[in-house]
Design a protein around this ligand. Structure first.
Ligand code: FES
Ligand SMILES: [Fe+2]
Length: 375
């Protein structure tokens, strides 16, 4: 456990994201992709046995499919003959992918296994790349880097599979027209819930809570406590009527490099222990598609459920709908407009930091070190 926590923790820390002084940073789109990390490609239920699925990740087209032994294959989704996406093709027995255009066949390691034309020769240029990919916690994960991929380093998202199904929402997906780090900034500074999500996820009572920042290895956690605060709508509906119109509320969000977050969100009756309250573990996965687009997956799993089973299934779907509304109708328009504003300025204008920026500032330091190590 890293002992250094600092509140408000801004002294001596310089803004480091897209520095204004660098002409290059102002005019070139910054990738800032950490490759040696696990990213969520899709929900496991979206990868159907016997079918090919496409995702572009870090500008690379990738075809995913389930192998006959139950493993996951991820290979370049661009045929080396004439660039047709292999995900348009057919999955044959023996884990082979056949191109829809002229029938070249490839294995799960990307190697070309059959050229049905001419002398049938298979030359080096016909081989493709493959990527380590696994299924874990009801998600499909991919590793884009050169270092050895260890599935044991996938962050703990067991909450998606170890709680009763009626307590866990389905995995939602949004395609966001913004750099993935703008979404990390948004999530690691949850003061925005008081404004962007007023009444739904936060309110004026929670606006003044400054974050406590703790770094544990490369994991950064920002915690905000709001004692005796008005309970926001999403928590109100998760408790029996009259349980807590006001409560001691908290948000504690952790960032796992480079695009994965886990939030503990809840409230208890004023003065009562947290464990007697209720709330949910919220998971957020931000996977860079390009320098200007992001795959955003999310879900939530309730803890200390205080409502009866008849109501829980209905609540699960309501929680999903409210969070989808909050992200798609409240966060995403703001973040996409922020991206457009940054692009209009020719690059990120160095922010004038506030106390609420302690979380984003801390993770950027870790991110910059990881990027420097890779380069
Ligand atoms: S484009 Fe795939 S075989 Fe021709
Ligand atoms: Fe938000």
């Amino acid at each position: 456990m890293c002992p250094d926590s600092d509140v408000p923790a801004l002294r001596g820390i310089e803004p480091v994201l897209f520095p204004q002084s660098s002409a290059r940073a102002r005019h070139a789109p910054e990738a800032r992709f950490v490759r040696n990390a696990w990213y969520v490609a899709m929900a496991a239920c979206d990868l159907v046995k016997g079918k090919l699925a496409h995702r572009t990740i870090m500008n690379e087209p990738i075809a995913f499919y389930r192998k006959e032994d139950g493993g996951i294959a991820a290979i370049t989704d661009r045929c080396p003959h004439r660039s047709v996406p292999l995900s348009m093709g057919t999955l044959l027995s023996g884990d082979r992918v056949q191109c829809i255009y002229h029938g070249l066949e490839f294995g799960p390691d990307g190697r070309c296994l059959k050229n049905p034309h001419g002398n049938n020769k298979i030359f080096t240029g016909l081989h493709l790349s493959s990527y380590p990919a696994v299924e874990k916690h009801a998600l499909i994960w991919i590793w884009m880097g050169q270092k050895a991929a260890d599935p044991a380093t996938i962050p703990d998202y067991a909450c998606l599979v170890d709680r009763p199904p009626s307590h866990v929402t389905r995995v939602g997906y949004l395609h966001v027209k913004a750099h993935y780090l703008l979404l990390v900034d948004n999530l690691l500074d949850l003061s925005h819930t008081s404004y962007t999500h007023a009444g739904v996820l936060g309110n004026a009572d929670t606006a003044t809570a400054d974050p406590l920042i703790v770094q544990n290895g490369d994991v950064v956690t920002a915690t905000r406590d709001s004692p005796d605060a008005e309970t926001p709508g999403i928590l109100l509906m998760m408790a029996p009527r009259g349980f807590f119109d006001r409560g001691d509320q908290w948000q504690s969000i952790s960032w796992f490099p480079a695009g994965n977050l886990r939030l503990e969100f809840g409230a208890s009756r004023v003065g009562e222990p947290k464990a007697k309250g209720t709330g949910y573990t919220a998971v957020h996965f931000l996977t860079p598609e390009t320098e200007r687009t992001t795959h955003y997956h999310y879900a939530a799993a309730r803890w200390n459920v205080l409502t009866d089973d008849k109501r829980n299934q209905e609540l699960r779907d309501l929680i999903y709908k409210m969070r989808t509304f909050a992200f798609s109708q409240q966060d995403v328009p703001v973040i996409e407009a922020q991206q457009a504003s940054i692009d209009q300025a020719g690059g990120m204008v160095a922010p004038n930091l506030l106390s609420i920026d302690a979380g984003p500032t801390r993770y950027e330091k870790v991110l910059n070190r990881l990027l420097a190590e890779e380069n």
